[in-house]
Ligand binder design. Structure first.
Ligand code: SAM
Length: 779
């Protein structure tokens, strides 16, 4: 009898995941029997049930085998007990139970949604069978199924960026995430915890890029020269079959480049699975050779390097190879699935286990080995190519030649824009290295302006220049007006009058630097008994920690309720609810023009503006543009203020109909005063007018920035500045993030939330199926 085509499809789908037919068939048969040949059930959600059953099958085999061994006395030598052998599963179950109960308590915990919500578990997306199984195993079958993914290229996000709405609202940070209640239903910002299990991997400044070849580029970064002449189907430079990620004995092919100006060489593990430079002396082929043999490379891990010490790891997929609906997953989805696989296969239960960190470590090892063998011939040695901007000595050199920031200058001549590309993936103006000449008239005014302002998106508005870079594709940021100070849109009442400031609210008799005096000046006293800033312009540790816990830790959190909440009052639906509460915050009071001290006074930090080297960049994980630091930042450092138009809440709601806002509420005092008048209930919107903070992306809970209200020129509490400080030390080239406080479940919210790709293990918008099991275990 001819095999059922559905069975063939199922085997194929499993093969794509690296599961052999031999493993698939018996389990499939069992499932068919179990589900009475209900194929729909088996095929649902990309064969989740099947995948799960296969792994469950293996789990039980392994565990049976181990118990057998123990019974035979084998493992006793290693000090293992049956209990220990079972620990992973038990822990998982226990954690799942806690998770369940926590979710339950979340529902009951209700300071009107103003506390952090547990990550959203979308039970309804699981098949009944899976739901049943998930009660026992938090690693639901979905974890192993390929997730429908959005294209890796942030192309679309990039285009949409600025048109999506950011729901920002107060929420709480958790040290015990399980006990965290739900996140806020309103729009105030929310700071974050310094704890990041992924942080180690990231702050090395390495990036993993999941790239989708784009041949429609107007400007082709030199970083990707091979793609210029390649079809989408062709496999780039250096290729390692994905199976080699898990199978040590898989042969790996490498492809060299022919036309590279900066030689990118291939990296491959040796037959014994040894990584590092020793494995790099490998067979090299051209991309043509590889393309001619496509069946062997449905997907590829690309590790390439240049002699300049750049490291690049990219994962690409040949979409022509029988997977027409293939969509490259986001880095977070990839991470989720990889972690699930590794956890399942190797029973890793270390909560710090992080696939990205492993890849980053790999980059570092390559760099280390490569630099230790600098005298050796570079032939055949693969130097990773993607951490491009971070450690490349070429970057600085080119940058020094071309521009201070090393990125994106362009040249106009004879009506054409000559856009060129450097080895570090930046567009530069090195003579004779032009990749594409784009007629000027083909660029929009916005693109022309961005090219012009490539070195300084602030257009001179800040003390420091802030460049932008796109190492991924040819997108430009969307237009907005850069302003370095908040501006009133129309109805907001903000008075900066000197007469409003009484002597008791400033320090007219001070001089020089207030921080040098023993007694805190009158300004500083308003925030507490001592100065908030340490002399180096950073917030003192104890103050910072207090701010963090007051906003994140439910135990420390205090919510203030308005008698008549401006948010509810302005709702257009005519059904105002009671105030959902606003997080009580600690406030900094800086000295100002009426004070006797000078501009260098240590109690003036935010008003002096951006001080660190920052860069706007296109994120590789689909969040659109983001902000990163180009230098290491100490803990408590002031990074930038959130600047935008000052709006009343009514004005904000009016704008929200257009879904174009990037708002932050100035609600720190709302519950303390009586009912705020309309013109005094304010927020900041950076959609059309804003500063560099408008590029800071959201990260659930463990973001590296926290926002702190700062009073400068007005003691009238309804208006203040919102300043971002680092919650921990931040490495150069790390993306800067803060927790918007979004409640991803609040469908009633006036501002549309987005699908979160923050990658945090505490993500509140992550389906269980894509969530890191290690995160669950960590709880
Ligand atoms: C204030 S903007 C940040 C800058 C933005 N990425 C851009 O390209 O202009 C907020 C928007 O960025 C995107 N974004 C921010 N954080 C994100 C995240 N964690 N996951 C996905 N998208 C995110 C969303 O589209 C959101 O509406």
């Amino acid at each position: 009898m001819a095999p059922d085509p559905r069975a063939i499809l199922a085997c194929r789908a499993m093969a794509d995941l690296g599961i052999s037919k031999d493993r698939t068939k018996p389990v499939l048969k069992r499932l068919l029997k179990l589900y009475d040949k209900n194929w729909e059930m088996i095929m649902a959600e990309n064969y989740r049930v099947l995948i799960d059953a296969i792994f469950d099958d293996e789990d039980s085999k392994v565990s049976e085998c181990k118990i057998d061994k123990i019974n035979d006395g084998e493992d006793i030598e290693e000090g293992l007990t049956p209990d220990e052998l079972e620990r992973p599963l038990k822990r998982t179950r226990r954690n799942q139970e806690v998770l369940g109960s926590s979710s339950h308590s979340n529902n009951n915990t209700n300071v009107a949604g103003n506390i952090l919500k547990m990550p959203k578990v979308e039970e309804d997306e699981l098949s009944p069978a899976l739901q049943q199984q998930s009660l026992e195993l938090p690693t639901s079958p979905g974890n192993l199924a390929p997730q429908p993914a959005s294209p890796v290229s942030p192309h679309h996000d990039g285009l949409n960026k600025g048109k999506e709405l950011v729901a920002v609202g107060p929420s709480a940070l958790q040290r015990q995430p399980l006990e965290l209640p739900t996140s806020p239903g309103h729009i105030a910002p929310q700071p974050v915890s310094p704890v990041s299990p992924h942080q180690d991997g990231r702050n090395k400044g390495k990036q993993l890029v999941v790239a989708e070849p784009d041949t429609h580029a107007l400007i082709i970064p030199k970083e990707e020269p091979l793609t210029v002449d390649m079809h989408h189907d062709e496999v780039p430079i250096t290729v390692i079959h994905p199976d080699t990620l898990s199978r040590r004995d898989s042969p790996i092919r490498a492809v060299s480049t022919e036309n590279r100006e900066e030689p990118l060489e291939s990296m491959q593990a040796d037959e014994n699975g040894g990584g590092g430079a020793s494995a790099a002396k490998s067979e090299q082929r051209t991309s043509c050779q590889l393309a001619a043999n496509p069946d062997e490379t449905p997907g590829s891990l690309e590790i390439a390097s240049s002699q300049l010490g750049e490291v690049k790891i990219s994962i690409s997929y040949n979409s022509a190879l029988g997977r027409p609906n293939f969509q490259m997953p986001s880095i977070d989805e990839l991470r989720g699935l990889m972690e699930q696989r590794c956890l399942r296969s190797y029973k890793l239960i270390d909560p710090n286990f992080d696939v990205i960190k492993i890849l980053n470590d790999m980059c570092e090892c390559i760099s280390e080995i490569a630099s230790n063998s600098s005298n050796q011939s570079q032939e055949g040695i693969a130097i990773p190519a993607l951490d491009v901007l971070k450690k490349s000595p070429a970057r600085n050199a080119l940058g020094a030649e071309c521009n201070k920031n090393g990125c994106l200058p362009a040249r106009m001549s004879n009506g054409s824009l000559n856009v060129e590309c450097s080895a570090n993936g930046c567009v530069d103006n090195v003579e004779g290295k032009a990749l594409v000449v784009v007629p000027e008239h083909q660029l929009t005014p916005n693109q022309l302006r961005w090219l012009h302002d490539a070195n300084d998106v602030t257009r001179g508005e800040e003390k420091v220049e802030i460049s932008w870079a796109n190492e991924i594709n040819t997108d430009f940021p969307s237009p907005f007006q850069y302003i370095s100070e908040n501006l009133v849109f129309q109805n907001a009442h903000v008075s900066f009058s000197l007469s409003q400031i009484g002597d008791e609210s400033c320090c007219p008799t001070c001089f020089g630097d207030c921080l040098l005096s023993q007694q805190p000046c009158a300004c500083a006293s308003q925030a507490g008994k001592s100065y908030v800033y340490a002399s180096a312009g950073v917030v003192k540790e104890d103050f910072l920690e207090e701010c963090i816990s007051m906003t994140r830790d439910p135990q420390q959190q205090c919510l203030l309720y308005c008698t008549e909440c401006p948010l509810e009052r302005s709702k257009k639906n005519g059904f105002p609810e009671t105030c959902k509460g606003h997080i009580k915050r600690k406030v900094i009071k800086e000295c100002w023009s009426r004070c006797g001290c000078n501009m260098k006074c240590g109690n003036r930090v935010v008003q002096r503006g951006v001080n660190y080297k920052l860069q706007v960049f296109l994120t590789p994980d689909g969040k659109g543009w983001g902000l990163r630091t180009l230098e290491k930042l100490p803990k408590g450092a002031f990074v930038c203020e959130f600047v935008g138009e000052i709006l009343t809440i009514s004005e904000l709601y009016a704008r929200n109909t257009q879904k174009l806002t990037f708002p932050i509420l100035l609600d720190a005092y709302w519950g303390l005063k009586g009912a705020s008048k309309d013109e005094e209930a304010l927020c900041l919107d950076a959609a059309s007018y804003g500063n560099v903070a408008r590029f800071i992306n959201h990260r659930c809970l463990d973001a590296n920035l926290i926002e702190i209200p700062v009073e400068v020129e007005t003691p009238d509490h309804h208006y203040y500045h919102v300043a971002f400080f680092t919650t921990r030390e931040v490495d150069s080239y790390e993306e800067l993030t803060w927790d918007y406080g979004i409640d991803f479940d609040d469908l009633d919210h006036p501002i549309k939330a987005f699908r979160c790709r923050c990658g945090s293990m505490f993500c509140r918008n992550m389906k269980r199926s894509t969530r890191s099991r290690s995160a669950i275990i960590a709880r």
